[in-house]
Ligand binder design. Structure first.
Ligand code: NAP
Length: 430
């Protein structure tokens, strides 16, 4: 038997496992620090995007194959080290994603009320690390920094009514806080223009159909309509949505203002955030933004920075600091150590982008490990964890946690997620 460990049970991890399990003599252990699998599918993808989350059924199919095992509630770095895994397995694949926010490096960014999207998204999705975030929703203004799909997710979730969360798996604490929210003006700040957004058409289109919120774009920010012809079709569709938002006559109680050519340069407030100082920008020939010196203030009681993510470094594992990902040669980090998904490429692309990535790294590993080196693999890990009194959560345990979550569902939601590791473990009697 050949032995492979995958660290991280999100999309990249399970797509890689799917390829590896096709080679019948490879035992795959998918290790996660949480007692529940699926990473970003559970705690990153927006709760009102259930059709995207449905891909977890595919990962379940992989998890239930004979050679794939879920090893939950085991922290690599604390419970077991990378070096120990490399000793035990023919290959170790880091599929740890990019869970840390890129830092917002401006004065005032550490004021209370300034948070990153990882925290905010984790909060409404029930990630145990962020269940206690309690974002301040008591002021009318919120500034959302960034022009990617995460900024859109965040603005949409802030704008929705409780009714609009029917059928979503938003956690109860977030639904209740959003229902009581005083937020009325959401400003989405983009440092470049409408032709430089990183938003996709389906997600932009959704903003046009919200019950109590209307998106608005200043027509003066848009280039002449003829310029849209040179855009690739998806981008052209996105910009068409933005154009439709310029003619928004509907007076709804919540506004979502797209503020383009708007670069946050400072955050101010007395003990907590009260306003964002924004500098107007212009673009150079290479489409890079530069401040014009003209500044203005936006009132905000909450600032959510959605400017991309980073993979946390692991001591001893080569890392590209500029790009916030492991340093690898197409996925090979060191002999026996690989990266896949956002940990390899950086945080770009959709969930589906991880499918070919996982297939490629899976095939690369199968080729590299040859017949295997007779490593201890799975029994070796079990012995090591037992010697440390660590009992992993199995996939069968997870199914019991899931059943308990589904049984607890309220208000038309498909499940009531447990938001602490303790509650997850309690569901399996630990
Ligand atoms: P992203 O797509 O990389 O967008 C980041 C945005 O932040 C860009 O608009 C960027 O502007 C801006 N930015 C970066 N640094 C900044 C700074 N210092 N000040 C102001 N703005 C700054 O990242 P993301 O939105 O986090 O999304 C990550 C990935 O997940 C993307 O591939 C996204 O498509 C995907 N995703 C998909 C979905 C979906 O399919 N429904 C949902 C969520 C996320 P510049 O362009 O000027 O650098």
């Amino acid at each position: 038997m050949r032995h492979v460990a995958i660290v991280g049970s999100g999309p990249a991890g399970y797509y890689t496992a799917e390829t590896l399990q096709k080679a019948e003599d490879i035992a795959v252990d998918v290790i996660d620090r949480l007692p529940v699998p699926y990473g970003l599918i559970r705690t990153g993808v927006a709760p009102d995007h259930q059709s995207i989350k449905a891909v977890s059924r595919r990962y379940e199919g992989t998890a239930l194959t004979d050679n794939v095992r879920f090893v939950g509630h085991v922290s690599v770095g604390t419970d077991v080290t990378i070096d120990e895994l490399v000793d035990l397995y023919d290959a170790v694949i880091l599929a740890t994603g990019a869970p840390n926010d890129r830092p917002l490096d401006i004065p005032g960014a550490t004021l209370p009320g300034v948070i990153g999207s990882a925290a905010f998204v984790g909060w409404y999705n029930g990630h145990p690390d962020f269940a206690d975030l309690a974002p301040s929703l008591d002021a009318p203004g919120v500034a959302v920094i960034g022009n990617g799909n995460v900024a859109l997710d965040v603005a949409r979730i802030l704008a929705k009514t409780a009714q609009e969360f029917t059928g979503s798996d938003i956690v109860a604490h977030a639904r209740a806080a959003l229902e009581a929210s005083a937020v009325r003006h959401i400003s989405i700040l983009g440092r470049r223009g409408p032709h430089q957004i990183a938003m996709t058409p389906k997600e932009l289109g959704e903003l046009g159909h919200l019950e109590r919120a209307s998106p608005r774009v200043d027509p003066a920010d848009l280039p002449p309509e003829g310029d849209d012809a040179m855009l690739e079709p998806g981008m052209r569709k996105s910009v068409t949505h933005l154009r439709s938002f310029t003619a928004n006559p509907v007076a709804k109680p919540v506004t979502i203002d797209f503020d383009f050519f708007a670069m946050p340069v400072a955050i101010e407030g007395d003990g907590r955030v009260q306003r964002v100082i924004v500098e107007r920008t212009r673009l150079d020939a290479d489409l890079r933004s530069h401040g014009t010196g003209e500044t203005y203030a936006i009132d905000a009681g909450l600032v959510i920075s959605c400017i991309g993510y980073q993979t946390p470094p692991i001591p001893g594992v080569p890392y590209e600091h500029g790009r916030g990902r492991f340093a690898s040669d197409e996925g090979r980090i060191l002999p026996g150590l690989y990266a896949v998904g956002w940990a390899r490429r950086g945080p770009s692309g959709t969930i589906g982008t991880n499918k070919p990535d996982g297939a490629r790294i899976g095939e690369m590993v199968i080729e590299d490990i040859g017949r295997g080196a007779g490593k201890a693999g799975r029994p070796g890990l079990d012995a090591l964890l037992a010697s440390r009194n660590i009992t992993p959560v199995t996939f069968r345990d997870w199914r019991r946690i899931e059943e308990a979550e589904v049984a607890a569902a309220l208000d038309g939601r498909p499940r009531e997620k447990f938001t602490s590791v303790e509650a997850m473990l309690a569901a399996i009697g630990r």
